[in-house]
Design a binder for this molecule. Structure first.
Ligand SMILES: [Mn+2]
Length: 278
């Protein structure tokens, strides 16, 4: 048994890991896979926000595209928003019959600039198109084309909102921001369950959860002082006694590591709730 296997501490090699909010921190993500000794016998579940904000969205998208069968990727709000930006470009091309060449990086740039121009002309907020400049960077630095963007948007549309598994009789749900069973439980604050899955903040602990369950989410970095989840950049754990529900927020703000002390990438092994950090 080599050192790595010893550190993993499991008997049969079947471990379930959850990671969240990588936000383009591709280098740290690879270091994490190495640290946990991730192998074909294990399962990795991503809780969303693989891209945007950070430096390496392109590398993350390529990784997602070719990820092994034992990886399950739930969507985050940043994936959903990215796909909606691609939809806008695609729709403009169709509706205006621009007939852009989907294999051309140059034509993708022209289409992108046209969307930007229309937003400006119509006085629409930047919030609704490429807020973090992710597509701009993919086009200018990585030379991607419309085929690439549409293929990634399609991948995102196939990502589920949550992933369910059972670990030691406890049903575990991996979701980006929060999980609730019924819309009635959250309806005064959110218009749909999907909005809750993607955007819940502290409501995920107050309104959501699952009886005799475990929720593993991200979305709100644990580095923000005065926030409910603040935990100096460590994983936040909350136990709802009434529901017998364990809640984890594992977004430790990796992408903010240069600006915030304590910010890091976290990963949890569900079988023994062991936390790993990079
Ligand atoms: Mn998020």
């Amino acid at each position: 048994m080599n050192k790595k296997n010893k550190e993993r501490g499991d008997i049969n090699g079947l471990s379930t890991y959850v990671i969240s909010d990588i936000h383009g921190c591709y280098k740290e993500f690879l270091l994490m896979l190495d640290k946990i000794g991730f192998s074909a016998a294990d399962t990795l579940i991503g809780a969303g926000d693989y891209i945007e904000r950070g430096l390496n969205s392109y590398e993350m998208l390529k990784w997602i595209e070719h990820c092994p069968d034992n990886v399950w990727l739930v969507r985050g709000n940043h994936e959903e928003e990215f796909a909606s930006y691609v939809d806008l470009m695609f729709q403009l091309d169709r509706e205006e019959e621009l007939n852009s060449d989907f294999n051309s990086n140059q034509e993708a740039i022209v289409l992108y600039e046209t969307v930007k121009y229309l937003f400006k002309k119509k006085g629409l907020s930047d919030l609704y198109f490429d807020l973090y400049g992710t597509i701009h960077k993919l086009l200018s630095d990585s030379g991607v084309n419309l085929n690439d963007l549409c293929r990634w948007a399609e991948l995102i549309r196939k990502m589920p909102y949550f992933y369910k598994t059972v670990i030691k009789d406890r049903s575990c749900i991996v979701v980006h921001a929060g999980y609730a069973e019924k819309l009635e439980d959250i309806s005064f604050a959110f218009s749909s369950l999907e909005q809750f899955y993607l955007y819940a903040r502290k409501e995920s602990c107050q309104l959501g959860g699952k009886t005799h369950g475990m929720i593993i989410a991200g979305h709100t970095p644990t580095i923000i002082k005065d926030e409910f989840f603040y935990n100096k950049g460590d994983v936040f754990r909350y136990y709802d006694k009434e529901k017998d529900c364990v809640f984890y927020n594992i977004d430790c703000g990796s992408v903010f590591r240069d600006k915030t002390t304590g910010a890091k990438l976290a990963c949890i092994r569900l079988e023994d709730e062991k936390i790993f950090y990079i």
